[in-house]
Design a protein around this ligand. Structure first.
Ligand SMILES: Nc1ncnc2c1ncn2[C@@H]1O[C@H](COP(=O)(O)OP(=O)(O)OP(=O)(O)O)[C@@H](O)[C@H]1O
Ligand SMILES: [Mg+2]
Length: 662
């Protein structure tokens, strides 16, 4: 019995497989971690991109300000030349010479100035721009320089000026015989540069300043102009590099570089070739050329310069007429920024990775702290399910898990108490029924032994009565003996019927007919005189397999019980029905009697249970009826309400098998 109950408990308990609960927990943790990792990775990615952008933007901002500084230095360099020429033009010897109609007296002075100031040429013209004397080339004079904008302005407006200008080889040669060679550059084939057929650059970029020479009345009597060839003049670019970038190095290379371009050709630069020589003669990329020289715009961005990537900025250099004749460039090596970006990214990734690892560790510890007590709970539930009600779980905390554990312990304890009670109850019941069985057996034996002598007493007492004269004084005593003996015989028969039920003789029988015969038998009795009997039979009731004699015993008992419950006044409704769906025939006996108290309800089928006075009932009627109906495979049920009435219902299966041989 206990075994069956245990199996059922285990079947019904939705206990998951041993690991499923925990694995779901692990899944939750994994999902939680996945979200953290995803979020961290996204954040790290965004941060890396953002920082990368910031680094590039910062580098470009810096290079723009570097270019501005370079522009300023270039202008300062021009201004020094301008001041020099202006001051030289104001000297008396020039004025005197020009007023005298020549420049021969001034020649030594001019030559000395040219050499002392490291000018490449220094030339004086008359008021019409005709060259009077060249310090750089004393043999060549008489040509007109009025076409040179700076000179023309000096002559026409009496205003000194300075400008960047392109001199052809001829012009250079005229100023100084060594200049064409100094300006000549072999063009170095450069990847990405605009296509050019020329292999040599013969033009020179010069910084040219001119100032008017005026007489005492302020009249322009001539002009002085001088200049420096910028080709291979490294002092400007080097001082830009040293001033702007402070000469800092990165992995053996100068971080900052500066270049002066003639058109697209590097003519003065500190960008180095692979072999460490200055990369003059190399050219700028076509893209930059188009934007700066052709388009006349400033250009800032990453550029591949000779052999490395630079964050570069280019400004156009214009001549006195506003034409773009070259470019001024500054650039910083991109590598330090790239490395900075990589280092920052790695740092971020490291931080993210550390955070993720910390999250993993924390969630592992957390999950262990949660899953250990949960696993203990699952294990304990399993033990309880398999009948071990002593199973408890340790209460290790005061949180929800702790509360769950202590509730579980309380539940297990109360289950155990209930189980103990049930066991005790069952033990007592078993003992009781064993005792009852013994008593029952004893009673049956006694009844059997008493039956024969009782039959004798009944028979002889009645015989005695028959023969006794009516006025015999002993007659009433004899009558008592006969009646009491008959009552004893009835009890004994009942006992025998109950203890040794007869084998039923089953056959197809109509239920309504059997009931009706019973009613006919009793209806004439005094107790039924004031009882209205209502017959509510179902017409097409199927014939049912039953022992009609035994079933009549059942009906009779129910009918008599009903009449007695109504005290002889009331209504007895007998109904027969066919429940096709369930395959049963039903007979119900509804009375309007005193009903059955709730207290007695559970006992009315017990043998010898009766509420009737001694001599009126044995208490065996329903017990025997129950046995008979059960033996027929049917059921007998009761519904009752105190003071209203009682309904007994019998159900018999329609398709019960007939007895063998019937
Ligand atoms: N229709 C009913 N209305 C109210 N009480 C009933 C009814 N039928 C049975 N009982 C109760 O059930 C008890 C047991 O019935 P049962 O038929 O077993 O015995 P009995 O009628 O008391 O005695 P016996 O049937 O041996 O004469 C009755 O004493 C009565 O208290
Ligand atoms: Mg009865």
């Amino acid at each position: 019995m206990t075994g069956v109950a245990q199996r059922r408990v285990e079947d019904e308990l939705p206990l998951a497989p041993r690991s499923a609960g925990v694995s779901r927990f692990v899944k939750l943790m994994v999902a939680f971690l996945a979200i953290i990792i995803l979020l961290s990775a996204t954040l790290a990615g965004v941060a890396v991109v953002f920082i990368g952008d910031r680094v590039v933007a910062e580098a470009q901002t810096r290079v723009v300000s570097d270019l501005n500084a370079a522009d300023e230095m270039y202008r300062a360099y021009s201004d020094r030349l301008y001041d020099l020429i202006r001051l030289e033009a104001g000297r008396n010897y020039l004025q005197d010479d020009l007023l005298a109609g020549g420049a021969s007296a001034a020649a030594p002075e001019l030559t000395q100035t040219m050499n002392a100031e490291q000018l490449d040429f220094l030339t004086v013209t008359d008021a019409a721009g005709i060259v009077l004397f060249r310090a750089g080339n004393p043999g060549v004079a008489g040509d007109s320089q009025a076409g040179q904008s700076v000179v023309a302005t000096a002559l026409a407006k009496a205003t000194p000026g300075v400008a960047t200008a392109v001199f052809t080889a001829d012009m250079l040669g005229r100023e100084s015989p060594r200049l064409p060679q100094a300006a000549r550059l072999e063009l170095v084939p450069t990847r990405g540069a605009r296509p050019r057929t020329a292999t040599v650059e013969t033009n020179g970029l010069v910084l040219l300043a001119a100032a008017p020479v005026v007489d005492d009345s302020g009249k322009v009597i001539g002009a002085l102009y001088g200049g420096r060839l910028l080709t291979r003049r490294f002092e400007i670019v080097d001082s830009i590099r040293d001033t702007v970038f402070g000469g800092s190095q990165y992995e053996g290379r100068a971080i900052g570089t500066s270049t002066i371009f003639l058109d697209d050709v590097r003519i003065a630069t500190n960008v180095l070739n692979q072999d460490g020589t200055r990369a003059i003669g190399t050219r700028v990329s076509e893209d930059v050329y188009n934007r700066v020289v052709v388009g006349g715009e400033r250009w800032v961005g990453p550029a591949y310069v000779v052999n490395a990537w630079y964050i570069a900025a280019y400004d156009p250099l214009r001549d006195a007429d506003g034409r773009v004749v070259g470019m001024l460039y500054v650039g910083t090596l991109e590598q330090p920024y790239v490395d900075l970006r990589v280092r920052t990214s790695l740092l971020f990734l490291g931080i993210t990775l550390t955070a993720v690892l910390a999250a993993v560790a924390v969630s592992y510890i957390f999950s262990r702290r949660l899953s250990t007590p949960l696993r203990a709970l699952v294990e304990a539930s399993r033990r309880v399910a398999s009948g071990d009600l002593d199973a408890t779980v340790p209460v290790t905390s005061k949180d929800e898990i702790g509360q769950l554990a202590s509730s579980f312990n309380t539940m297990a304890a109360s289950l155990k108490a209930r189980d103990d009670q049930l066991k005790e109850f069952a033990r007592r019941k078993v003992m009781e029924s064993e005792r009852l069985a013994v008593v029952g057996q004893l009673a049956a034996d006694v009844a059997h032994e008493l039956n024969n002598p009782l039959q004798g007493i009944v028979t002889y007492s009645h015989l005695m009565l028959e023969r006794m004269p009516a006025d015999d004084t002993q007659r009433s005593a004899a009558e008592k003996i006969a009646n009491e003996a008959t009552r004893c015989a009835t009890i004994i028969r009942g006992l025998l019927d109950f203890s040794r039920p007869k084998k039923p003789q089953k056959k197809l029988t109509d239920m309504s007919t059997t009931i009706d015969e019973c009613l006919s038998l009793v209806e004439d009795r005094v107790i039924f005189h004031n009882i209205e009997v209502v017959r509510d039979y179902r017409k097409d009731l199927p014939a049912t397999v039953m022992d009609p004699a035994q079933m009549q015993q059942v009906y009779m008992n129910l009918i008599i019980n009903a009449a007695e419950a109504m005290g002889g006044v009331g209504r007895l409704t007998v109904t027969t029905r066919h429940d096709v769906e369930r395959g049963v025939v039903q007979a119900s006996f509804r009375d309007t009697g005193h009903g059955i108290s709730e207290e007695n309800m559970g006992r009315i089928f017990d043998p010898f249970f009766t509420t009737k006075e001694i001599r009126h009932g044995t208490g065996l009627g329903l017990a025997i009826s129950f046995g008979i109906v059960k033996e027929h495979g049917g059921t007998i049920t009761v519904e009752s309400e105190e003071g209203v009435g009682t309904t007994f219902t019998i159900e018999l299966p329609v398709n019960a098998p007939q007895e063998a041989g019937q």
